[in-house]
Ligand binder design. Structure first.
Ligand code: CA
Length: 233
C-alpha cells in the first residue's frame, strides 16, 4: 500500500519538517506538510491522509487541543513528535487519542517502525486482525482464549487474559494506564493505576522468562505499557 499511503506532517520547525519529509518521502509514502494547526486541519479534511505526524508546539494551537479537535471527526492515526519530555504531555496526548508518541531527538528506524505499526493497526479491522500470536515460546490464541507454552496451558485469570488480549490487539503501541483501565475494568476505574501494576506483574511472572527484566510487556515509565511486536501466526 506504500506509494498510495499519504502521510501529513504538522510541524512548524522547518529543519525538522524537511528532515521528516525526506525520511518519510524516501520510503515511498506520499507526504504533505503543514506548519500551523489550521493548515493541518485543512489538509486533513481535503486530502484524507492515512497517518498524521504531529508536533505539539505549534504557533496557533496547542497540539493536544488539535488532537481533541481531530478526534471529534477522524480516526486517522496520529503519532506525536515532540521536544516535550514531560510524561504528563505524553499521557495527555495518548489519552486525547494520539496513537503513539516519540520524543525528539528520535532515531530514523524508530520513527519508521512506529509509522508501520500505526498504519498496520489502523488497517486491520476485526475480520482481518490476527487471532494467534507467538511471543518466544508462548502462543496466544484469541479465538480459543488459550495461552500456552510449548503446548502446555498457562492459567490466566480473566482480568490477566483481558489485559493480555488488549495488549496483543495493540502490539507495538504504547497504552496508557487509563486506556487499559477503561478497556478492562470500565469507565469508573480510570484512576486505579495500581490495579494495572499488580496484574501486569502477575502476567509477567507467568509469561516472561525473567519477570524483573521483561522482554515482551515493556514499561513506558510514567505512561503505561507496550507489548513488543509479536509474530502473528
Ligand atoms: Ca514546534
Amino acid at each position: 500500500m506504500n506509494s498510495e499511503t499519504k502521510i501529513l506532517i504538522i510541524e512548524d520547525e522547518q529543519p525538522i519538517c524537511r528532515f521528516l519529509n525526506v525520511l518519510i518521502g524516501g520510503h515511498d509514502y506520499q507526504v504533505k506538510t503543514a506548519d500551523t494547526a489550521k493548515q493541518g486541519l485543512q489538509i486533513t479534511a481535503n486530502w484524507s491522509p492515512h497517518l498524521i505526524l504531529l508536533d505539539l508546539g505549534l504557533p496557533d494551537l496547542d497540539g493536544i487541543n488539535l488532537i481533541h479537535e481531530l478526534r471529534s471527526w477522524t480516526n486517522t492515526p496520529i503519532i506525536v513528535i515532540s521536544a516535550r519530555e514531560l510524561e504528563s504531555d505524553k499521557v495527555a496526548s495518548l489519552d486525547a487519542g494520539a496513537n503513539d508518541y516519540l520524543t525528539k531527538p528520535f532515531g530514523r528506524e524508530e520513527l519508521l517502525a512506529r509509522v508501520r505499526v500505526a498504519l498496520r493497526l489502523a488497517n486491520q479491522d476485526s475480520v482481518t486482525a490476527p487471532l494467534r500470536f507467538q511471543m518466544s515460546d508462548i502462543t496466544i490464541d484469541l479465538a480459543l482464549k488459550q495461552v500456552t507454552r510449548d503446548s502446555e496451558s498457562i492459567k490466566l485469570t480473566k482480568t490477566e487474559y483481558n489485559i493480555l488480549k488488549y495488549l496483543c490487539k495493540n502490539a507495538g503501541k504504547v497504552l496508557t494506564h487509563k486506556q487499559i483501565l477503561k478497556e478492562v475494568w470500565g469507565n469508573n476505574y480510570t484512576e486505579h493505576t495500581h490495579y494495572v501494576r499488580i496484574h501486569i506483574a502477575q502476567l509477567r511472572r507467568k509469561l516472561e522468562r525473567d519477570p524483573a527484566q521483561p522482554k515482551h510487556i515493556v514499561t513506558e515509565t510514567g505512561i503505561g505499557y507496550r507489548l513488543n511486536e509479536l509474530v502473528a501466526d
